[in-house]
Design a protein around this ligand. Structure first.
Ligand SMILES: Nc1ncnc2c1ncn2[C@@H]1O[C@H](COP(=O)(O)OP(=O)(O)OP(=O)(O)O)[C@@H](O)[C@H]1O
Ligand SMILES: [Mg+2]
Length: 258
């Protein structure tokens, strides 16, 4: 039975989508069956996968569940690219967010979509938008684990506590199996004092409470280039430090499962 991971943060531009994309391929490279779910109306992850002309996006599935309608056939909404499956998103998902707020009891809509798929995958990774809105509540209710991405350059600690507080609330109110798997530091320039200072600050604050992944993702132009070419680092720059970091992260995630 697969585990569902939500990759989240209150902040934008902290490497959530890039991390979902590369972690998916690094896990797949270790023989794991992976489904990546784009749950952000910006559809950046969908772009990473190079998907165009999307007919059925995650927003359509959400609408169907909200309206108590049947879901389309899996082949219509699960795409595949070089061994990794994904469900694309589109801007229409922002209309779903409004709908979720208007209707009652809509926290479990994404869980309803993903639960039947759990048997087919080892890992389902959900990419989310930088907010604490109705979409992300759905993601937290669907997830078993949360990975929080933190970019040391972007006032990392701001919003982190708020984000973790809402994970706690969802855990006690709606999804008791929810856990924080760890904090992932992204876009780290290990040579800079700022990165070191913030890493230490995060480590001190959460010591004994939340794990910080040993693997830290370095800041490198290879990431932007690989996204431009819609290729994961494992294909575009397999020898880069960033690729090694995502491979190591995949190892940590697998080891965490025991
Ligand atoms: N390790 C890295 N080194 C250099 N650039 C990176 C790295 N990781 C991500 N980026 C770049 O930073 C930008 C933001 O990354 P990404 O889209 O993954 O963030 P995000 O948290 O998903 O943003 P949003 O909150 O808008 O969804 C992108 O242009 C991406 O190419
Ligand atoms: Mg993103």
């Amino acid at each position: 039975m697969g585990k569902i991971y939500m990759i989240g943060a209150m902040k934008g531009g902290v490497g959530k989508s890039v991390s979902v994309f590369n972690l998916a391929y690094s896990l797949q490279n270790r023989g794991k069956r992976v489904l990546a779910v784009d749950f952000d109306p910006q559809a950046n992850l969908t772009t990473c996968f190079g998907a165009e002309d999307v007919d059925v996006a995650v927003g359509d599935l959400m609408m169907a569940v909200i309206e108590d309608e049947e879901l389309p056939e899996r082949e219509e909404y699960i795409w595949e690219r070089n061994g990794v499956d994904f469900i694309p998103s589109s801007i229409q998902l922002s209309a779903v967010e409004a709908k979720l707020r208007l209707e009652m009891g809509t926290e479990k809509m994404l869980a309803t979509i993903l639960e039947p798929l759990k048997g087919d995958y080892d890992y389902i990774l959900i990419d989310t938008s930088p907010s604490l809105g109705a979409l992300n509540i759905n993601a937290m209710v669907a997830a078993d684990e949360v990975i929080v991405t933190v970019n040391p350059q972007l006032l990392a600690m701001m919003g982190l506590q708020d984000f973790l507080k809402s994970v706690k609330k969802i855990k006690s109110r709606l999804n008791e199996k929810l856990n924080v798997a760890g904090i992932l530091l992204t876009m780290c320039d290990a040579r800079t004092i700022l990165c070191k200072t913030i890493t230490e600050q995060v480590a001190e604050t959460f010591q004994g409470q939340i794990r910080i992944f040993e693997s830290k993702i370095p800041n490198t132009v290879k990431v932007g280039e690989s996204v431009y070419y819609s290729e994961p680092l494992i294909e575009y720059a397999p020898d880069s430090n960033a690729c090694r970091a995502y491979n190591k992260l995949a190892g940590e995630v697998i080891a965490y499962e025991g």
